[in-house]
Design a binder for this molecule. Structure first.
Ligand code: G3H
Ligand code: 13P
Ligand code: ZN
Length: 305
């Protein structure tokens, strides 16, 4: 069933489990996400960035909405990193049930103003809203507190931000970052900060940049002719811990991108004469499904639908 983000995330925060929000750009990605979640009886969020809207438009949104309506589990369609009020409203008019307004690059007051505008309009239509406070970026464990404080989310500011905006869930900067290169070795996650913020708030918290970039996948990518540097993702144990402390929405895109590329590369490598798209998009969907299943299990969403 198609539900709002709040319908999925409030029980997740209360029940101390995480729900992955996977980015989609086509039918096969959407199938891997929703059908795997159905198999594991897990709630799930499907998100489209502004780039995905440009690429797939209403056609892609309709695929997600239709699949979500027919699904045996709760599914929300979420706008990822909405850059403006207009963008958030456009997504709502397309049928999205959750939107993010990302004004985190502005100063605190401007971030509050932009977020509040979106919250007022979205709430009037029954749609829930995510905002972001702090700057996403990898940090080294030994980095001094002052430096961490400069861009990671400040707990007191988070409380003020939530109070002033009425936002439904808040993305916080805790050491994660977007993409396949999150740092050298295991990226440092500021668990104390998550605990502090969670202790002062009750709304679901969101972690962006949470792909695991598993070595099995990067090894397969290389073995099938792909080139990738010193990739690193967020360890499963860090996600399990973060979820225990109040993170309820966990954003994953890079892992599905890598998985899809592995499926396609391996299929062509095994049979260079193949040109039936189902024979290479199908394997891509299979490898993505493995990633989706793993994340649903690690975050504890499996069995929660
Ligand atoms: O955080 C961003 C997501 O990975 C979406 O990326 O804007 O290239 O679709 P995109
Ligand atoms: P990854 O790059 O770690 O997959 O993060 C995706 C994300 O945060 C989308 O908003
Ligand atoms: Zn993100």
């Amino acid at each position: 069933m198609l539900v709002t983000g709040k319908d999925i995330l409030v029980p997740a925060r209360e029940g101390k489990y995480g729900v992955p929000a996977f980015n989609t750009n086509n039918m096969e990605i959407t199938q891997a996400i929703i059908h795997t979640a159905e198999k594991l009886e897990a709630p799930v969020m499907v998100q489209m960035s502004e780039g995905a809207i440009k690429y797939g438009g209403q056609d892609l949104a309709n695929i997600v909405i239709d699949m979500a309506r027919r699904a045996t589990i709760p599914v929300a369609l979420h706008l990822d990193h909405g850059s403006s009020y207009e963008s958030a409203l456009k997504a709502i008019s397309m049928g999205f049930t959750s939107v993010m307004i990302d004004a985190s690059h502005h100063d605190f007051e401007e971030n509050v103003r932009e977020t509040k505008r979106v919250v007022e309009a979205a709430h009037a239509m029954g749609i829930s809203v995510e905002a972001e406070l702090g700057r996403l970026g990898g940090i080294e464990e030994h980095v001094v507190v002052d430096e961490k404080d400069a861009f990671l989310t400040d707990p007191e500011e988070a409380v003020k931000f939530i109070d002033e905006t009425g936002v439904d869930y808040l993305a916080i900067a805790i050491g994660t970052s977007h993409g396949a290169y999150k740092g050298k070795g295991r990226p440092y996650i500021d668990h104390d900060r998550i605990e502090k913020i969670a202790g002062l708030t009750t709304i679901p918290l969101v972690a962006h940049g949470s792909s695991g970039v598993p070595q099995t996948i990067t090894d397969r990518f290389r073995a099938a002719g792909g080139e990738i540097g010193e990739a690193a993702g967020i360890a499963d144990e860090d996600l399990t811990r973060a979820v225990q402390h109040g993170i309820a929405k966990v954003n994953v895109d890079t892992d599905l991108r890598l998985a899809a590329s592995v499926g396609v590369r391996e299929a062509f490598q095994a049979n260079p004469k193949e040109f039936d798209p189902r024979k290479w998009m199908g394997p891509a969907r299979d490898v993505m499904s493995e990633i989706v299943a793993h994340k649903l299990q690690v975050l504890g969403a499996a069995g929660k639908a």
